[in-house]
Design a protein around this ligand. Sequence first.
Ligand code: ADP
Ligand code: MG
Length: 324
Amino acid sequence: DLTINKIAAGEVVERPSSIVKELVENCVDANSSKIIIDIIDGGKKLIKITDNGSGISSSEVDKSFLRHATSKIEKIDDLYDLYSLGFRGEALASISSICKLEMVTKTKDECVGTKVIVEGGKVVSKQPIGANNGTTMIIKDVFYNTPVRQKFLKSTHAETINISDLINKLAIGNPHIQFKYVNNGKAMLNTPGDSKLISVIRSIYGKDVCENLIEIEYECKNFKINGYIGNNNVYRSNKNLQHIYINKRFVKSKVILDAVAEAYKAIIPINKHCVCFLNMELNPASIDVNIHPTKLEIKFENEQELYIELRDFLKQKLLNSKLI
Ligand code: ADP
Ligand code: MG
């Protein structure tokens, strides 16, 4: 139902950067090893995203634009065992209802690819086309048929910042993927895709930040964690360098940031924010990520226990570190 799609679009795709988020997450879910993102005018004029992932077979293409069409949940139990980023099957339906969308896609089992044009949520053209394995999405005229468009005509700068920030986060969360990001023709980011988190941090933040990090790795009953925390040379007065991933998903988590902050207070008595890049793995059954459609916030089952365990580990690590 196209009306429902437009309502859902307001939730899932509130702005150009949320479109970029959904599309790039789909590339990640498709097991891509390389993702190329091309943005013009903060995404309002053009969002072009190419991946070398699984592609969509010609017979499945139409289905992927239907609401609640997701290939990522086979049975309801899967909801509790979910590592893929998308699981609502709403993004493509929502996006295609408010933008002009062109997609070229090919699976490795097909000899030819498929090109579709989708307008107002409807596939208006579909034809075979020569293509590489993977998927290219081209979005033009974002929000062309909705009143919110006016609101975004002014916000190119803000949207560019949002998109860049988002791509950085996705790159940090996926060091095994090469991210190439071009904005208004200017190369912004090119990560090596060598599976090393430190390489991504270097690509984004440079050598100085990298040289002042402490590597951490820890495993206990409730969680596994690895990544880097800053030593006292790289603390910041803002929170821009705090990245937390849970089961590969970038999240906002007050509990985890509090644990980091408390640990950090043991070495820096002043109120500064520690730099941190943390990947945590938890049993998906012990977390709830579906409390908001943009899937940023997360709830834990054993919150207090997790807080104490993480805080004490990080504190010990910081106190023991020779860098400090
Ligand atoms: P979800 O990601 O929640 O499943 P989406 O609306 O984002 O829902 O995508 C619908 C479906 O389209 C996906 O389940 C997937 O099968 C397919 N799809 C979308 N983007 C890609 C892509 N880049 N590569 C391969 N398949 C894709
Ligand atoms: Mg998706």
